[in-house]
Design a protein around this ligand. Structure first.
Ligand code: ATP
Length: 324
């Protein structure tokens, strides 16, 4: 028999579409187990400040289709300190919360793992980040929606690029991960894709620019953290070196985070939310629930934090073959 009677749920790090669907799933799955649920506002900041709100089934009505997070999110430098975590512990004990489900990325799981090694309160994580960069799950909540948002934006830019025979460098999110750039690049027929996981792409970009002949438009997708630079910087350099091209840059920015979650993200969030509560009921702790080969898996926080998720570099060849 589980000793857990009351759980907390929070969203932390960058927001991602589908976080609300995950909160809804956690609340309703917990109620099925006769647990009380408390929403913790603004991630670990709210845990330290004691910003708790009771969540009943009707409090999570009508949110499955909403982007952002009804609980809010924040970065909390204080949670990185022993004093901050001690305060958080005091608040959890004071509110009789026996376990916490955190929805976020690897930083969030790092904090959760550390906290539950110091205090006897189990934490379970749900992967929520648009970057899809977490080891141990094929997909993170928000990635599919962000990908579709990027595809729609790139299609629009392609229209104007074709009309004016222009070359566009389009910067997409993914600080250390090229999943969004690579997959949206293939989906939009991008002529080139620059991602952080591959070095020496400057040479191949120049090879492409020298060799390409009769294209009426060129779309080059640039992941934020790639080694060549940001879209604006690259566009400037390329314009100087190749005056024959009409070069533009476009940074998609935060629009990639917003919007109604895709069907897939709602489905993923719903399954992972239920799985996270099941895991707690099964006395699991310090694990992330993930989705691998369309099935639920449990991955220890240590593993998902320390291992890196491989991006399939063969897909760069696929993109290259299809761009010529
Ligand atoms: P995203 O991938 O969207 O950036 P994330 O979960 O990785 O999401 P972070 O800002 O890295 O986002 O982490 C969220 C919060 O987790 C931090 O603001 C901090 O409070 C906490 N955290 C991160 N790393 C640690 C750590 N080493 N020790 C304690 N707390 C941490």
């Amino acid at each position: 028999m589980s000793m857990i009677k009351k759980i907390g749920v929070l969203t932390s790090g960058g927001d991602a579409p589908g976080m609300n669907a995950a909160i809804r799933a956690v609340v309703r799955a917990a109620l099925r187990h006769n647990l009380e649920v408390v929403g913790i506002r603004k991630g670990y900041k709210g845990l330290i400040d004691g910003e708790f709100v009771p969540l009943a089934s009707r409090n999570v009505s009508n949110i499955i289709q909403r982007g952002g997070t009804i609980l809010g999110t924040a970065r909390s430098p204080e949670f990185r300190t022993p004093e901050g975590r001690q305060k958080a512990y005091g608040n959890l004990v004071g509110a009789s919360i026996n376990a916490v489900i955190v929805i976020g990325g690897d930083g969030t799981f790092n904090g959760a793992g550390l906290f539950s090694s110091e205090f006897d309160i189990p934490f379970v994580g749900i992967p929520g980040t648009i970057d899809n960069d977490l080891y141990g799950t094929d997909y993170t909540i928000g990635y599919d929606t962000a990908l579709n948002t990027v595809v729609e934006a790139v299609d629009r830019i392609r229209d104007t690029a074709s009309a004016h025979d222009r070359m566009f460098f389009i910067e997409v999110m993914g600080r250390g991960a090229g999943f969004i750039a690579l997959h949206s690049g293939i989906a939009t027929g991008a002529e080139a894709i620059l991602i952080p996981e591959v070095d020496g792409q400057e040479d191949s970009l120049h090879d492409y620019l020298k060799s390409q002949g009769n294209k009426s438009s060129n779309i080059i997708l640039v992941a934020e953290g790639n080694s060549v630079g940001g879209a604006e910087q690259i566009a400037k350099q390329i314009q100087e070196k190749y005056p024959e091209y009409d070069v533009r840059a476009n940074v998609l920015g935060h629009m990639q985070r917003g919007g109604s979650p895709s069907a897939f993200d709602r489905f993923l969030a719903s399954r992972l939310g239920v799985a996270a509560v099941d895991a707690l009921m099964d006395n699991q702790r310090s694990i992330m629930v993930g989705f691998v080969n369309h099935d639920i898996v449990h991955v220890p926080f240590n593993k998902t934090i320390n291992a890196s998720k491989n991006l399939n570099k063969i897909l760069l060849d696929v993109a290259d073959i299809l761009a010529h």
